[in-house]
Write a protein that binds this ligand. Sequence first.
Ligand code: GRF
Length: 188
Amino acid sequence: PNAAIFISGRGSNMMALVEASRAADFPVAFTLVVSNDPAAAGLEWAASQGIATLAVDHKPYGKDREGHEREVDAALQAAGIELICLAGYMRILTPYLVNQWTGKMINIHPSLLPKYKGLHTHERAIEAGDAFGGCTVHWVSEGVDDGDIILQAQVPILDGDTPDDLAARVLIEEHKLYPAAVHHIYAR
Ligand code: GRF
């Protein structure tokens, strides 16, 4: 199956997915990288790997989130995409796109869901005095960071950790977890 990766920024999880997909037993081929930000650093890397890229700037759509999604969705259909991996895609999705892709769209979130949905997850985990932080790959549903969990990984929170320290420790796990989660869903 063909899969797409959605990014808004540097795309380190995208790189981890693409690199993992070179293994002969990887279940999908990443054939399209989509960004809502034409300046996203990850787009150039994807193109350098021979992957088709699509930037659909959300700004001209203003408040018309669904209009933006319809343009993106048309490109996904045209490319024969069967799985979407959100990887640092910083747009809240409307029910339109979520419903189009139910059971075919997954996301990575840098916390041990259901704790710390939304932003500033590492700061919030440290602030709460948690012993562990981590990351979650989950199915995308209408609620933000709210769908069924596929896989999680945890890391210790150490004395004196800053949010950046914890983010870096979690990111190492994200890069392993996301490819593992794609394997997991096709192993069912
Ligand atoms: C990751 O921490 C991911 O969990 C979160 O946004 C960050 C994206 O980083 N949703 P990158 O663009 O994959 O490097």
